[in-house]
Design a protein around this ligand. Structure first.
Ligand code: AMP
Length: 182
C-alpha cells in the first residue's frame, strides 16, 4: 500500500537523516521535525487512517515510544480506542506480555490485561518499520488475547531490512508513508 506523492515528498523534505546514530553504520531517521508542523501531522494521521475508515476498527495499538506520537491521532481519525504497548516493567497494572529475539538477546513487551478484548479488530502502529521484529511481537500479543490484527501502520519503512516480508504473511495490509532503501 502506498500513499500520495505529495505527502511522501513533504515527509522526505522533513524527516532528518542522522548518519551513525546511535552507533556507526546506522542511518537514523529522525521524525521529530514532522511534529513541528501541525498540518503535516494531521495529513499523516489521516493518510494512515484512510484505508481503514469503514473497517470497524476497535483499537489502534501504539508501540513504545514513538508509536505514541501519531497512534492516538490515528485512533481519533477512526473514532476508536488507543492502546499502549510498552517495554516490560513500565505499565502499572496487571499485564499480558510476549518476548521476542533481538540481534543480541531478547526483549519483552506488554499491554494491560484489560486493554484487548476477544474479537477486537486492531491496527498496530509504530513510527518506523525496520526488521519488523517489534511489530510482529506486538501482533502476537494481540492475537494471544483474541484480537484480530487488521493492519500495520508506519510512518517510515526501511526496505533493506525486509520487515514487510516478515509482516505480510500475517495476512493484513502493511502501510507506510515513506520508504528508504537503507
Ligand atoms: P524493528 O523491530 O527492527 O522493526 O525496529 C523498529 C523500531 O526500531 C522502531 O520503533 C524504530 O523507532 C527503531 N528504529 C530502528 N531502526 C531505526 C532507524 N534507522 N532510524 C530510526 N529508528 C529506528
Amino acid at each position: 500500500m502506498h500513499t500520495t506523492a505529495t505527502l511522501t515528498e513533504q515527509l522526505a523534505r522533513t524527516i532528518r537523516i542522522i548518519p551513525d546514530f546511535p552507533k556507526p553504520g546506522i542511518s537514523f531517521k529522525d521524525i521529530t521535525p514532522v511534529f513541528f508542523d501541525p498540518h503535516l501531522v494531521r495529513a499523516c494521521a489521516a493518510a494512515l487512517a484512510a484505508p481503514f475508515r469503514s473497517r470497524g476498527i476497535h483499537k489502534v495499538i501504539g508501540i513504545e515510544s514513538r508509536g505514541f506520537l501519531l497512534g492516538p491521532l490515528v485512533a481519533q481519525e477512526l473514532s476508536c480506542g488507543f492502546v499502549l504497548i510498552r517495554k516490560k516493567g513500565k505499565l502499572p497494572g496487571q499485564t499480558h506480555e510476549v518476548s521476542y529475539d533481538l540481534e543480541y538477546g531478547s526483549a519483552t513487551i506488554e499491554a494491560h490485561h484489560d486493554a484487548l478484548q476477544p474479537g477486537d479488530r486492531v491496527l498496530i502502529h509504530d513510527d518506523l518499520l525496520a526488521t519488523g521484529g517489534t511489530a510482529q511481537a506486538a501482533a502476537r500479543l494481540c492475537t494471544q488475547n483474541g484480537a484480530v490484527v487488521s493492519g500495520f501502520l508506519f510512518l517510515v519503512e526501511l526496505e533493506s531490512l525486509a520487515g514487510r516480508q516478515r509482516l505480510e504473511p500475517i495476512g493484513c495490509p502493511v502501510l507506510s508513508l515513506i520508504s528508504y532503501r537503507d
